[in-house]
Design a binder for this molecule. Structure first.
Ligand code: ATP
Ligand code: MG
Length: 164
């Protein structure tokens, strides 16, 4: 289906508004004015966004900040970034973070729930859409996950699911 980027990102933030308020985490959404509507599988991309925002909340202390940024790149990809001011990920773990069941350390994840599948599922979904996902993080400073999605004509390319 054809999706308005602003609307999709506002709705992600809305789904987490209770948790965000409870944890005093501020969320900011910044949309480039060149982001026109995009064809994508909304349910799947929502699944990706929900995982990334829930990670950002889980691994950010009370009073932290989350930013969701979107812009259309010169190569006709939509880039969405989710940035947090959380505990970060040590460099040595970064290369493995998209593996199934990989979690950074037991001590920090013990109370958090979850299985370590979120990021690997996100990567599968983004790949199936013809995009890419990457993570950058600095321990004790924060984490940014960015992914891209191609702009394409209705019904063309890899994201045609027959019901769009
Ligand atoms: P699930 O998503 O299945 O509920 P999970 O959140 O632990 O469980 P992933 O989303 O795959 O699993 O993330 C894998 C690991 O990467 C996490 O356990 C955590 O250690 C680390 N991680 C992911 N996102 C962040 C983040 N924003 N800040 C710090 N660490 C993160
Ligand atoms: Mg997760």
């Amino acid at each position: 289906e054809q999706v308005h980027v602003t609307e999709m990102l506002d709705e992600v933030a809305d789904r987490f508004s209770f948790q965000l308020r409870q944890r005093s985490i501020a969320i900011q959404i910044i949309i480039g004015d060149n982001t026109s509507p995009i064809w994508l599988d909304r349910d799947k991309i929502d699944q990706v966004l929900d995982n990334l925002v829930s990670n950002a909340i889980k691994y950010t202390g009370d009073g932290g900040q989350i930013r969701i940024m979107a812009e259309r790149l010169p190569n006709d990809m939509l880039e969405i970034k989710i940035q947090d001011t959380g505990i970060g990920i040590p460099k040595k773990d970064l290369s493995r973070i998209f593996e199934r069941f990989y979690r950074v350390d037991k001590a920090r994840s013990r109370n958090m729930g979850g299985t370590g599948l979120g990021l690997s599922i996100a990567r599968e979904i983004i790949k199936a859409h013809g995009g890419a996902i990457a993570i950058d993080s600095e321990f004790n400073v924060g984490t940014t996950v960015s992914f891209t999605l191609p702009y394409m004509e209705e019904g063309s390319g890899t994201n045609h699911d027959g019901k769009s």
